[in-house]
Write a protein that binds this ligand. Structure first.
Ligand code: BGC
Length: 429
């Protein structure tokens, strides 16, 4: 499989991307720009899992940034043989949304590096608020945000301020108000409650400060309002329907499609994140939908909120294993932190993942990916925090340079099973 654009060509060869010819021209920022301009001329999707060859890399992290941008930029191009089936199994709606939105993210990123090069960001102030620091996934995400803004885009470290919303919307709203009073130039916000977006957007609009929402998606009415009223507000994230579908497919890909005891149905428990979060809602719905769409009968033994939290999930799984015992064939967790908790309970109950119970999560935390390799977790889904953090930062720069920004910018998820877990782990490390 080979894609051609100008002087750059990419070839899928195992998990390697080989980039040729334009090396001399590539500056750090230019890498992204050149890559995101690449087109899949044969309509095939290109999934990048890894390493860059034949290119002078000063740091591993630069390779990682490039890899993320490529995953982002090429996400909308079609489907590789291994991903065609999975994409086909996703709902039409999810497909359309993802394709349209990844296109938007692609375009945003295409000009971002150029914008960063022309916009003087040295004295611009970025205010970031994370819904709570005590969240494994958002910790990875905010680390990459700060790294990318300062190291790759040239913001001064003292001008990138990250606040902890501590899971309290009132407290977070105050922090945002302070950013506004102190005349920050752009805000990147991971809201405690996505339903607060209209109020926060209006506060930012009054002050003339653009806002990039991340991770917790405001509802469609609010996103449409940004478009119709021409507000400088946008969302960067992933379509959680895709991650749910991938979880379901990972169960379908097991030898017995999740029906370990051959009673004609898949009996599962669902450990949910914070149900106000659309990621939790969609993962819950679409993981099971993938099974029923494939003709499997399902039985929900329990659905309980674990608030994305490992300890809570451990307790929920422990209680469920006590109550339902061998009846439980699958434990769906809306994220990996909770899958790690569920695994502790599974092991304490003397059960064996992939033998008498299946376990799936989302995020691709390194510990969870290692568990997939070791056969202690059936699968996970890579929630690409690198690509999301970089897209959010690039879009912030677009706002600063006065460019138009689309309301929704989506990054693709990637399935992680035993087949590719080592590659994903190598990339994460
Ligand atoms: C991640 C969770 C995280 C949540 C925070 C989700 O996309 O999968 O791990 O806790 O975002 O909002």
């Amino acid at each position: 499989m080979r894609f051609v654009k100008g002087e750059i060509w990419l070839q899928k060869k195992g998990a390697y991307a080989i980039i040729k010819n334009s090396m001399e021209k590539c500056t750090k920022a230019g890498y992204n720009e050149l890559i995101v301009k690449g087109k899949c001329l044969n309509g095939q999707n290109y999934f990048l899992n890894g390493r860059i060859q034949n290119m002078r890399m000063t740091k591993k992290v630069t390779a990682m940034a490039l890899a993320s941008m490529m995953a982002l930029s090429l996400a909308g191009c079609g489907g590789s043989s291994s991903t065609t089936a999975t994409t086909a199994a996703a709902t039409e709606a999810a497909k359309e949304t993802t394709a349209a939105a990844t296109e938007a993210a692609k375009e945003a990123a295409t000009t971002a590096a150029a914008a960063a090069a022309t916009t003087d960001v040295a004295d611009k102030k970025v205010g970031i608020s994370i819904y709570k620091f005590d969240d494994n996934f958002m910790t990875l995400y905010r680390t990459e945000l700060v790294r990318y803004l300062t190291e790759d885009l040239g913001f001064k470290a003292e001008n990138v301020v990250v606040q902890d919303g501590k899971g309290d919307q009132a407290e977070q709203t105050n922090q945002i108000q302070n950013f506004i009073t102190q005349k920050y130039d752009v805000l990147i916000l991971n809201l405690v409650q996505a339903s607060s977006a209209p109020e926060i957007t209006d506060m930012c609009k009054e002050a003339g400060i653009p806002v990039v929402y991340i991770n917790r998606e405001p509802d469609a009415t609010e996103e449409e309002r940004w478009e119709s009223e021409g507000l400088n507000a946008t969302y960067v994230g992933c379509d959680a329907r895709q991650s749910g579908t991938y979880q379901g497919e990972e169960i379908l890909e097991t030898a017995n499609k999740g029906d370990i005891n051959s009673d004609g149905k898949v009996s599962y428990i669902m450990i949910q994140g914070d149900p106000e979060n659309v990621d939790a809602q969609y993962r819950t719905e679409f993981s099971v939908k993938a099974l029923t769409d494939a003709g499997m009968e399902v039985e929900e033994l329990l659905k309980q909120r674990g608030d994305w939290d490992q300890a809570k999930a451990q307790q929920i799984a422990q209680d469920a294993l006590n109550q339902y015992g061998d009846k439980i064939e699958v434990i769906f967790c809306n994220n990996d932190a909770m899958a790690l908790g569920a695994l502790q309970a599974i092991e304490a109950a003397g059960r064996k993942v992939n033998e008498d119970i299946y376990l799936v999560g989302v995020d691709a935390l390194t510990e969870a990916v290692q568990n997939v390799i070791d056969g202690k977790q059936t699968g996970t889904v890579f929630n690409n925090h690198f690509a999301q953090a970089q897209a959010a930062s690039d879009i912030a720069v677009k706002f600063l340079s006065g460019e138009k920004v689309d309301a929704v910018n989506m990054v693709n998820y990637e399935k992680v099973t035993k087949d590719n877990a080592q590659e994903i782990l190598d990339m994460l490390k």
